[in-house]
Design a protein. Structure first.
Length: 731
């Protein structure tokens, strides 16, 4: 088993002997690998005489890439008529791209049609909202409002052909300009297919889109999935005469296990809807000659679970990334997002990472950027677009102002950090992790389908976990309220491994088999149902020699809630049940006991977790629900459980700190070692980090050297990340 996180093979694009290759560590352009560190510069928001000065400062900070939106509403004068600099010099996108080329930049362009960017109407021309058939609809048939400052507007529908007709007019005018500036003739090496396509942040399950075109698309999706109506009727327990008679759910009404497929299919369709829209936009650009560049998209959230789907999207686009606008107090969110992309995406990319912030978001300052920037790279990010690197209207806190002046402290921070990334060729390093925690899409869909929040998504609920808002009832046929307790299991593993100092990766359960096979330990929280594709992957993983952690329940049903299991015959069946059990001082609930397998955890005389071997590998069954863990709290008993799991898979604990509230991450390049140490708390901490004989640590920014016999003390100020080169034999 390999012990470095990574993902799928690179993707090549281009023709005529030239190519742009998407690599895990960046972009290969004409055979040379360039790490993708980019900064956003919006040409139309700056005076033209500022362009060159601002770009010079961006280059001085160490950037080789810049990124810009190209907003539909800014360039459209009236339907079919556009201004690309003929009337207003600041709108001359061709001239801006040529300026970037002369300055030695590669460019990523983001032509929408949606761009957000705090523009009124998110960059759509206002006239679009007067076309009834181009709009998304709620279950009652009313247009859906996007409650965004400074002015609300109706949400366009991405299943609407009428909408795409209007987009086509815009692309017809823009693409001839872009074609002139595509690499190798010009600097454009990447193009975004739409922006933040996500139901306009209204991601709750029964909010929208219920427009006629969307319902039609839903029925086509079902027909493709089930093949025939008789198959769907058998799964749903329905009597539809044809797919044209199937209506989507408008509220959560499941009572039993057999009711779930109806709701989970709607969740899966919402993922499909987004991918359908992205594929349409990407195809429209390609039809107009925008080819030979890499394509990407960004989700507006750092938690890319349903209705988002990174793996499926990357079958149609080259890279699917996420946005992050976090304060220094949101380390857990940064960590989860970066870890997820680092194992799930072919290039872990954050197309928007807050360099400053918009005024109707919580305040972010330089101290936040100094913590969040190394934190995201620490946890596996490889490509980042700093948004905004040059300031503009409705924005503050960038290192370069709208007038082209530098903010010295901001400027120095980015110059020094880019200097580290380039100087140490950090893009060539891989994050070390031998264990991975899966985010199971089956249960994520169930959690969202049963949400009691509608239409307000949980992101606007004060930061509380979304599973806290799921219907708390257990369905008939399920022992646990899976939708409410699934995330509790994941939080326990995340907290326990972190406090044990054991590196843990995170991945979507739909990743390829080869990704799972890289890890010594795979953790897949499981309940009575699990998709057959995931069951097969997990079984193959064990047969090939992996250690698989399952539980609290044995999967006996597939995704159609039909009795169908690849795993059940290899696992131990419970011999008894306990409502709760005290395990060394923590209370475990709804526990199964086992009698016919080797004990793994015992509470008194009861075996509550067991081990079974299969060919080269083994299963570890955890037959209980963990307690709920919130935020940063010490739990030495939880740590002891995770240490036992690590021992079962023979995991390494490189440079583990003795302070459970401090985290370290090792990155490896051949024999070279780079160590990050993070203090995400509000108190100064000085952990002792275990080292091998003769090893010392060199701070890559201050030049300070730290040493010790078998351990190195690392002083960490509150909300601080330090980065060290591991030196051996005295450096």
């Amino acid at each position: 088993m390999r012990n470095e996180s990574g993902n799928r093979r690179p993707v090549e694009t281009g023709s005529g002997g030239r190519r742009i290759c998407v690599n895990y560590g960046g972009l290969e352009i004409d055979g040379a690998l360039y790490p993708l560190y980019s900064g956003s510069v919006h040409y139309w928001r700056l005076e033209t005489d500022v362009w060159e000065t601002a770009l010079d400062h961006v280059r001085e900070m160490g950037f080789r890439f810049v990124c810009t939106y190209i907003p539909w509403s800014v360039h459209e004068v009236r339907r079919g008529t556009f201004d690309f600099g003929e009337r207003t010099p600041e709108k001359d996108v061709g001239r801006f791209l040529e300026t970037c080329r002369r300055k030695g930049f590669f460019v990523l362009v983001r032509p929408g049609p949606h761009i957000n960017s705090e523009l009124t109407y998110f960059g759509y021309p206002e006239r679009i909202f007067a076309i009834p058939e181009a709009l998304s609809r709620n279950p009652d048939g009313a247009p859906v409002l996007v409650p965004a400052p400074p002015r609300m507007f109706f949400a366009p529908g991405y299943a609407s052909e009428r909408f795409y007709e209007e987009v086509g007019l815009y692309f017809d005018a823009l693409c001839p300009i872009l074609r002139k500036h595509l690499y190798p003739r010009g600097p454009v090496v990447g193009v975004q297919a739409d922006n933040e396509l996500s139901f306009f942040f209204r991601t709750q399950p029964y909010d929208h889109d219920y427009s006629p075109p969307a319902v039609q698309l839903y029925r086509r999706f079902l027909e493709h999935k089930y093949g025939g109506i008789s198959r769907l009727n058998r799964v749903y327990g329905s009597k539809h005469s044809g797919f044209d008679r199937v209506q989507p759910p408008t509220e959560y009404a499941a009572e039993s296990l057999r009711d779930l497929p109806f709701h989970l299919d709607w969740m899966e369709f919402k993922e499909y809807y987004i991918i359908y829209g992205l594929n349409r936009i990407s195809a429209m650009l390609k039809e107009r000659g925008i080819e030979g560049v890499f394509t990407f998209h960004n989700y507006p959230t750092g938690n890319p679970v349903t209705p988002y789907n990174v793996v499926e999207t990357e079958k149609y686009l080259d890279v699917q990334g996420c946005d992050l606008y976090c304060s220094r107090r949101e380390y857990a969110k940064i960590k989860e997002s970066a870890l997820f992309l680092s194992t799930t995406s072919r290039m872990p990319f954050f197309p928007e990472f807050g360099s400053g912030v918009f005024p109707w978001w919580r305040p972010l300052f330089l101290d936040d950027q100094k913590f969040t920037t190394p934190a995201v790279f620490m946890n596996g990010a490889k490509a980042v677009n700093f948004y905004m690197i040059v300031e503009r209207d409705r924005w503050y806190g960038s290192p370069v102002t709208r007038k082209g002046r530098m903010r010295d402290k901001y400027f120095e921070f980015y110059r020094d950090f880019l200097g580290f990334l380039h100087g140490y060729r950090f893009h060539e390093y891989r994050m070390f992790a031998e264990a991975v925690l899966l985010s199971c899409r089956d249960y994520e869909r169930f959690q969202l389908a049963s949400s009691l929040l509608n239409p307000v998504p949980s992101d606007f609920a004060g930061g509380m976990p979304p599973d806290w808002f799921s219907d708390p009832r257990a369905l008939r046929g399920l022992r646990d309220p899976v939708q409410s307790v699934y995330q509790r299991q994941r939080r326990a593993y995340t907290l326990g491994f972190a406090q044990a100092g054991i590196p843990l990766a995170v991945a979507d359960s739909t990743v390829d088999q080869e990704v799972l096979n890289r890890f010594r330990l795979v953790i897949a929280p499981s309940f009575e149902f699990m998709s057959m594709s995931l069951q097969r992957k997990l079984l193959i993983y064990v047969i090939k020699g992996g250690t698989l952690v399952l539980g609290p329940r044995v999967p006996i049903y597939d995704e159609f809630m039909e009795e169908n299991s690849k795993l059940a015959s290899h696992l131990a069946q419970p011999a008894g049940r306990l409502e709760e059990v005290d395990y060394k001082g923590i209370v475990l609930r709804s526990a199964d006991t086992f009698a016919d397998a080797a004990p793994f955890l015992q509470a008194g005389s009861d075996t509550i977790a067991c081990v079974r071997t299969l060919e080269k590998g083994k299963f570890v069954q955890m037959g209980f629900l963990f307690p709920e863990y919130e935020g940063i709290e010490r739990s030495p008993v939880l740590v002891s459980i995770m240490e036992k799991l690590a021992a079962a898979a023979d995991l390494k604990r490189p440079y583990a700190p003795d302070d459970p509230l401090v985290e370290t991450r090792l990155h490896v390049r051949g024999e070279d070692r780079m160590l990050f140490a993070a203090n995400p708390t509000a108190e100064k901490r000085t952990p002792a980090v275990a080292t091998s004989a003769g090893e010392g640590l060199l701070d890559v920014f201050s030049g300070e050297r730290l040493g010790g016999e078998g351990a190195v003390g690392i002083p960490l100020e509150p909300f601080t990340v330090r980065v060290f080169k591991v030196e051996r034999g005295g450096g």
